[in-house]
Every structure is written in C-alpha cells, then in structure tokens.
Write a protein that binds this ligand. Structure first.
Ligand SMILES: NC(=O)C1=CN([C@@H]2O[C@H](COP(=O)(O)OP(=O)(O)OC[C@H]3O[C@@H](n4cnc5c(N)ncnc54)[C@H](OP(=O)(O)O)[C@@H]3O)[C@@H](O)[C@H]2O)C=CC1
Ligand SMILES: N[C@@H](CC(=O)OP(=O)(O)O)C(=O)O
Length: 372
C-alpha cells in the first residue's frame, strides 16, 4: 500500500460522522495509510455523546477501536482546528453553513453534499474521472475573503452521476465527444440516508421519482466532463460550453435494493462511424485514471470492471467488488437508436460517496494541494 509522501499520517475530522456516509468514512479511514481520525462531528442531538452511543451503527464490521472512546462534537471549527482535512457526510440542510464556516477557518473540506457543487470556484470531482479540476483550488483560496492559506471546499458528485460519468469519460478519452446520452437509474434505498424510504413505500414497489436527482445528473455531468477556461485577466472558470452540444436526459427511480445504484445508459458519439461494442469494451478495460497512476491507496485496481456474462452487473453480486471503489459495466451492445448501450453499477455509499471523497483527498496530498 502507498505511504504518505512524507511517511506520516495527517489528522482528519469527519462531519456527519453518525450518518450512512459518515459511518462508511469511519470504516474506510480506520486503517488508512495517509489519514488518522482525530475528531468527529454531528448534530446537537449527538454532540457530547460517545460515538457508539450517538451512532446507530449499520456497517457489517464492528465500530473501529479508534472511534470507540471519541466524543462527538457539534460541527464547530474550533473542535477540528488540528485537522488537515475534513470529510463531510452532512445532511444538505446543514452542510451549506457549516462547510462554509470550516473553509473560513482555513480548513480543507471534502464534501458529499450538493450545496457547493454548482459554485463557480468549487471543483466537482469524481476522482476516477476529472482529477485535473483540483488545479482550481489555488484560485478558490486567493479569491476567498479573507484569502486562505490552506482552506477550500471540494465536492464529489451525486452518487448516480459518479457511477455513469466514469465510463463516459473513458469512452470520450478513446473515441472523442459524446453528443447524446440517455440514462435510466435504479437507485438503492440507502441513497436516501438512514432510515431512508419507508418500507411501506419501497417494498414490492418502484418509485419513479427522486426529488432533484434528474436535474443534478444532467447538470453535474457537464461540469465534470467540461474543461477549465482561462480569461485574459488570468481568471479560470469551469468551461461547460465547450461540451455543447452534449445533451443528457436522466430518468431516476428508487428500487427495493439496499446498496448499489444500477443505470442503463445509451450514448451517441460525434464521430462517424461510431466505435463497435467490442472497441468500447476494450477502451473501458484499458481506462486508467490518474488516481491509479499517481498511487492513491484507495483507488481500485480496475476503475471499470467489464463483465462478459449477459446478466451482470447485479447489485447483490457486484456492489462490494474492490470494496465498492470501482464501477462495474456489462451488456455493452449496439443501440439501434443511438450508438452504444450498456449497464453500469456503482456502490452509492462507497465510490458514490465516502470512497470518492477519500480518493479526492489522497489526490490532493499527492499533488501537493492539501497542505498538512
Ligand atoms: N447515502 C448516499 O448514498 C449518498 C449521500 N450523499 C450525501 O451525503 C450526505 C450525507 O448523507 P447520508 O449519510 O446518507 O445522510 P444521513 O441522514 O444518514 O446522515 C446525516 C448526517 O448529518 C448529520 N446532521 C443532520 N443535521 C445536522 C445539523 N443540523 N448539524 C450537524 N449535523 C447534522 C447527522 O447527525 P445526527 O446523527 O446527529 O442527526 C448525520 O450524521 C448528504 O448530503 C447526502 O445528500 C451523497 C452521495 C450518496
Ligand atoms: N439522492 C441520492 C443520494 C444523494 O444524497 O444525492 P446528493 O448528494 O446529490 O443529494 C439518492 O437518493 O440516491
């Protein structure tokens, strides 16, 4: 396993530590070569309690020893000031103000919440797709009032966006721009946090609506696939316009699966003739994101695992492959309407949330953006 470049571990904090994503953070950070958990935060309901009393632990492994005797704090930066990185699994209703206060306190925040994804200075990074957007952090620090030395906010994407954008990036890298994309999701219950969708709503059922989800998938994809433009005065912006005419239509559904979002995707390439299904399969297998080449310890061995069996991927069988850190693709075939269609499965709590934040922080350390 890779070591921190200076051979030490840096202290980190977890906000929303009691929740679904927070618990996954704690499980993944408990034995991490770069990071050591130093402080935990949640709501006033949990503050002052020992972590095992505050958290309704739902992981399949026991509560790690490192947090068993930790007291949960309110999410006030004063409790986290020794932390080099803050991982946020905060509810979106609370994340906006709290994450902003942490950044103002010169802390580096890696957020799962939706609040800052559209901010023109905040990178929206799927670590297996657009790690190059980390280069926007110095500008975010310098434009902040007062300017920051270490602090920033970096978000990862919506869990469904994350899952399908990784194969899209791999295909664009091999075959050039995609001009049309249709995606239909089958999203797990855990995507709604704990306790999630009431059992009487989701058992024996499919709910064809997840508030705000389709708009997020359609918008976030453009920021992630876009480049960075530089104005004459040197100011840099996320360039979504060079992506036009990428048109995306997302349809999002909640299904009675506990973990793992499955998506059916169809794409049309600008290039004519388009690649064959076999060429697409080979490009997906060959795709090697920077997180792998640079040596991020949490990066999966296969960013995209391509199944040959006709009935895979399936959430129950494939969601924990590589500890949920990669995505699984299958059924790559010709689309009679667009060019190519396929199925992708992503673990919404791992690569869709906590694992992405952690790989983003590993990238930030290895690229010298995170100042410990
Ligand atoms: N679940 C998933 O698959 C994904 C979730 N996300 C995003 O990640 C974030 C966390 O989601 P998830 O873990 O599912 O949600 P949960 O509802 O399971 O957990 C929410 C966490 O936020 C804390 N919290 C709630 N209100 C406040 C407050 N006012 N002040 C401080 N802390 C507060 C809770 O603490 P307490 O226990 O004390 O109430 C809890 O720790 C959300 O923004 C979500 O949209 C993103 C991608 C995927
Ligand atoms: N809405 C997603 C999970 C989520 O919280 O997304 P976001 O972080 O974009 O709000 C789901 O229900 O599966």
């Amino acid at each position: 396993m890779s070591k921190h470049p200076e051979g030490r571990q840096v202290k980190v904090g977890v906000l929303g530590a009691t929740g679904t994503v927070g618990q996954r953070f704690i499980t993944l950070l408990a034995h991490h070569p770069f990071f050591v958990i130093h402080a935990l935060g949640a709501s006033a309901r949990s503050a002052g309690k020992l972590y095992p009393k505050a958290a309704n632990w739902k992981q399949t492994t026991p509560i790690p020893a490192i947090v068993r005797d930790m007291v949960v704090h309110e999410c006030d930066p004063k409790h986290f000031i020794d932390c080099a990185a803050i991982f946020s699994g905060l509810d979106a209703d609370a994340a906006g103000e709290i994450e902003s206060a942490f950044r103002t306190a010169d802390l580096a925040v890696f957020s799962n919440a939706k609040n800052y994804r559209r901010d023109p200075h905040v990178p929206l990074i799927v670590p297996l797709a657009n790690a190059s957007h980390l280069s926007m952090i110095p500008q975010q620090r310098s434009l902040h009032q007062p300017p920051l030395k270490k602090g920033f906010i970096l978000t990862n994407a919506n869990c469904s966006t994350t899952g399908y954008v990784i194969p899209l990036v791999a295909m664009e890298k091999a075959f050039g721009p995609i001009e049309t994309c249709m995606v239909t999701t089958m999203q797990a219950i855990s995507g709604a946090g704990y306790p999630g969708v009431p059992s009487l709503d989701i058992m024996d059922n499919v709910v064809p609506y997840i508030s705000g989800e389709e708009e997020k998938m359609e918008w976030e994809t453009l920021k992630i696939l876009g480049g960075i433009a530089q104005a004459d005065d040197g100011t840099r912006t996320f360039d979504m316009h060079s992506r036009h005419p990428l048109r995306i239509s997302a349809s999002c559904n909640r299904v009675p699966v506990i973990d793992g979002h499955t998506m059916c995707v169809s794409v049309r390439f600008s290039r004519r003739p388009p690649p064959s299904p076999q060429q697409v399969r080979e490009a997906l297998v060959a795709y090697t994101p920077e997180a792998q080449t640079i040596g991020c310890p949490s990066a999966p061995v296969h960013a995209i695992f391509v199944h040959e069996e006709p009935d895979r991927p399936q959430p129950r069988l494939d969601r924990y492959y590589q500890d949920g850190a990669g995505v699984s693709v299958g059924r790559v075939r010709q689309c009679p309407v667009l060019d190519i269609k396929f199925v992708v499965l992503a673990n919404n709590v791992s690569i869709g949330a906590a694992t992405s934040s952690i790989i983003n922080a590993e990238l930030a350390i290895l690229k010298g953006v995170l100042i410990a």
